[in-house]
Write a protein that binds this ligand. Structure first.
Ligand code: FAD
Length: 443
């Protein structure tokens, strides 16, 4: 493995005058892009530009770092299958020692049902997943749940179990992608870039330290991607949703360290063990949507058209206690028991970041009367921009941009190099695929 060249706050002398491909954004999407480009075409002169002084400075900082294979839409299931293959063979794909650095904890995902209606939904989910060949996903009845997870309690009457699921060190993944990208130049601490275009083509990227000419530019800057695209005179069909998580330094003794990720019943609060003695909690809770997103520009629903930075003021201080109360109610814990134990609230770290998604112009169904009905899609956009030659994007990775990063990088690399996609279903990540069967917001 050749070491990549990292430069923090580059001056004019640190910038190459030209590159073959410039990637903007050093999160999972951008670093996976240079990794995959280098694997397919080692001769390419690659530059990655990151606004922060470190890689992975976007949504991944708030994430639960989880992965799972149970996706009901074909393109998502294939994307995860390939990504898990890379995680499982990390030393081969990301250099010696990567397996140890990624620290995969394949402890599974357990989706819990507390009533018959939800149990029926989980049973149907499993049937669909088996149709896709994901036969390792199991439907567990009440006895089986008690047998395998006796510490869960009696309120769970059925479950969907994905054993090829767990969590990893996302920071290590991001740095491994970057380090495995040959001699790509990694420019850190470059907050203010614009994409220059002329004659309907990309010309390069302007940075405060100078201009880098390139025939191909990839925007992979998470929630800031729309603003960067506008510097080139084009729009991206994306919206953002603030999402929260919190980490505790303490975990109740009835929630063991070998537990899987536990997903409750609707509205799906979730939690997994973290580090030695802690836990990390999430819930796709849209509190601002319950009233209004004023004074921010919103889409009329629970999404923002323009992200707000810094995002911290959008945190709901009640989020940790509400999430714990919801889990305690669902799992039948009374005051002082399990998730209703106040010690969870003593040493917590509350995080927030954005989910970036397709907007209603890029994800919609056509109704019988010909009207377009927008829907909340899980599909990223990994494609060439239709309005500007040489511009590519890897955006809208919603709540799964870490787990799907390896395959997302490979799809992007195929697009940039004009090669066939690694799987035909990956066409569904294009700008112009508006609807895909079984593509809907799912945890
Ligand atoms: C609460 C929460 C929980 C989540 N849990 C999970 C999970 O369990 N598993 C999972 O797979 N995903 C999870 N996600 C989603 C995941 O974090 C995102 O999908 C993923 O981080 C998206 O990757 P990205 O590279 O597109 O964007 P980001 O991670 O946002 O990275 C974008 C990068 O671009 C940089 N950048 C921004 N502007 C510029 C600029 N102008 N110039 C240069 N660089 C720029 C940023 O600094 C950042 O480093 C979660 C997200 C949240 C918020």
């Amino acid at each position: 493995m050749t070491a990549s060249r990292f430069v923090v706050q580059p001056g004019p002398d640190d910038l190459p005058p030209t590159a073959d491909v410039i990637v903007i954004g050093g999160g999972p999407a951008g670093t996976a892009a240079i990794w995959a480009l280098h694997r397919l075409a080692p001769y390419l002169r690659l530059v990655l530009i990151e606004a922060s002084d470190r890689l992975g400075a976007g949504s991944s900082l708030a994430s639960l770092e989880c992965y799972r294979t149970c996706w009901p839409a074909v393109c998502m299931a294939k994307q995860m299958e390939r990504s898990v293959e890379v995680f499982h063979q990390a030393d081969e794909y990301l250099g010696e020692g990567a397996g140890q650095a990624l620290a995969l904890r394949e402890q599974g995902y357990l989706f819990c049902a507390m009533n018959e209606a939800h149990a029926a939904t989980l049973r149907a989910d499993v049937a669909r997943l088996h149709e896709l060949g994901l036969n390792h996903i199991e439907y567990l009845d009440a006895d089986e749940v008690v047998y395998r997870f006796p510490w869960l309690g009696k309120s769970v009457i059925a479950a969907k179990y994905d054993p090829v699921a767990g969590w990893l060190d996302s920071n290590a993944l991001i740095y491994r992608f970057a380090q495995s990208a040959g001699n790509a130049r990694i420019l850190l601490g470059v907050p203010d870039v614009s994409v220059c275009a002329g004659g309907g083509k990309v010309l390069g990227v302007q940075t405060p330290a100078g201009f880098i000419a390139a025939p191909a530019v990839v925007i992979a800057a998470g929630a800031r991607s729309g603003a960067i695209a506008r510097t080139a005179g084009v729009d991206l069909p994306i919206v953002v949703r603030p999402r929260q998580s919190f980490t505790t330094g303490w975990r109740h003794e009835t929630f063991p360290g070998h537990a899987p990720m536990i997903i409750g019943a609707p509205p799906f609060p979730h939690v997994r063990p973290e580090a030695g003695s802690g836990a990390i909690f999430g819930w796709e809770y849209a509190w601002r949507a319950k009233g209004s997103l004023e004074p921010y520009r919103n889409d009329g629903g629970d999404a923002l058209v323009e992200p707000v930075f810094p995002v911290e003021p959008l945190k709901d201080p009640r989020f940790p206690s509400i999430t714990l109360a919801l889990l305690a109610r669902q799992f039948g814990h009374r005051a002082g028991e399990g998730f209703a134990d106040g010690r969870y609230l003593r040493s917590l770290h509350h995080n927030i970041g954005y989910y970036v998604s397709r907007d209603g112009s890029a994800a919609y169904r056509i109704l019988d009367d010909g009207q377009r009905q927008p829907y909340e899609s899980e599909r990223a956009i990994i494609d060439a921009h239709p309005a500007l030659e040489g511009l590519f994007v890897s955006v809208a990775h919603v709540g799964h941009g870490i787990m799907t990063a390896p395959a997302a990088g490979e799809i992007l690399a195929s697009r940039v190099l004009g090669l066939p996609l690694p799987d035909p279903s990956f066409e569904d990540f294009s700008f112009n695929t508006a609807w895909v069967e079984y593509d809907a917001a799912v945890l």
